[in-house]
Design a protein around this ligand. Structure first.
Ligand SMILES: NC(=O)C1=CN([C@@H]2O[C@H](COP(=O)(O)OP(=O)(O)OC[C@H]3O[C@@H](n4cnc5c(N)ncnc54)[C@H](OP(=O)(O)O)[C@@H]3O)[C@@H](O)[C@H]2O)C=CC1
Ligand SMILES: O=C(O)[C@@H]1CCC=N1
Length: 279
């Protein structure tokens, strides 16, 4: 089954207008998407009004009203409510055959297709919040109901907010979630810890923040702009017997690599639990 063309096929309806929808919409609009073709259903008045004010998009309190306006539905609600949100739209989905894109952690394409009435064209996507700046990273998986045009449409939607990669084996979407979906939070945690440590060394709070922000920004740019592996970039900072070596040895002795591996595993396991718990 493929999604059909309709008079509103080019419009996009976000079901849920929280943190991640806002990041995606902000990225899309700042990269030139037409706000008139973006609809959002969001029950929280303040969030809905802020989305309309900030991006000039069309907002609705009710999911059905947004869905009626678009040929692509982006489900951006919490995994815990996804089943009931989909079921409420199942009759319309069966009648209009939209392309359904879900960004929920854990929830599988099979679950979404079933909840939307069966045989739905579903793309399971995992973006991240840097999408707001057009610097997002999204993993995409399409079920068998999505045709080439549907894949192209989903990719174009997410590419407006950053980079995309197709994941053909859906089982790996929980790993994508654990690495790049949740990943910005790991960097923010590192930033918090570095700021705390900088203040503990006696640096003023604003100086600590500036030092950390610019260091993470510069290091991220070196990672993305350079063809060198992270280990080589690290080696170039680490003078033998110097200050960096003292810090790196402390990280290694504290088991940083194993800790990162188990944190990412915990996130992937949680993704699978979210699927099972909300079936
Ligand atoms: N935040 C992130 O970095 C990322 C999140 N995701 C995924 O995105 C999804 C949303 O996450 P996030 O944006 O953080 O969550 P939020 O809670 O910020 O946003 C979800 C919004 O949807 C609203 N909502 C609830 N029910 C409905 C409904 N029936 N119709 C329309 N809107 C509804 C919620 O309102 P209320 O609060 O009143 O329930 C809330 O405002 C999750 O599934 C998450 O796994 C994916 C990648 C990254
Ligand atoms: O924490 C979460 O469950 C969501 C999915 C990835 C990022 N935030």
């Amino acid at each position: 089954m493929t999604h059909s063309g309709t008079a509103t096929a080019d419009s996009i309806a976000f079901i849920g207008g929280g943190n991640m929808a806002r990041s995606l919409i902000g990225g899309m609009v700042s990269r030139g998407a037409d706000p008139a073709g973006i609809h959002v259903a969001e029950p929280v008045d303040a969030l809905r009004e802020a989305l309309a004010r900030d991006f000039g998009i069309q907002v609705h309190a009710d999911a059905a009203a947004a869905a009626a306006a678009a040929g692509t539905w982006v489900f951006a609600v919490k995994p815990q409510v996804m089943r009931s949100v989909c079921k409420d739209l199942a009759d319309r989905a069966r009648a209009t055959r939209p392309l359904a894109v879900s960004i929920a952690a854990g929830i599988t394409a099979g679950q979404l297709s079933t909840w939307l009435g069966g045989d739905a064209a579903v793309v399971r996507a995992m973006p991240n919040t840097p999408s707001l700046l057009g610097a997002g990273m999204t993993g995409l998986h399409a079920n068998a109901g999505v045709d080439a045009a549907g894949r192209e449409r989903a990719q174009a939607l997410l590419a407006a907010a950053g980079e995309t990669v197709w994941i053909e084996d859906e089982a790996l979407m929980d790993a994508v979630t654990a690495v790049s979906g949740s990943g910005p939070a790991y960097v923010f945690l590192l930033a918090e810890a570095m700021e705390d440590a900088a203040r503990a060394q006696g640096l003023p709070a604003d100086t600590a923040r500036t030092l950390v922000q610019q260091t993470l920004f510069g290091a991220a740019r070196m990672l993305t702009d350079s063809t060198e592996a992270p280990a080589e970039l690290r080696r170039r900072v680490t003078s033998p017997g110097g200050t960096t070596q003292a810090a790196i040895e402390t990280f290694e002795a504290g088991g940083l690599r194993a800790l990162v591996a188990s944190a990412i595993d915990a996130a992937a396991v949680r993704g699978r639990e979210l699927s099972a718990a909300n079936d």
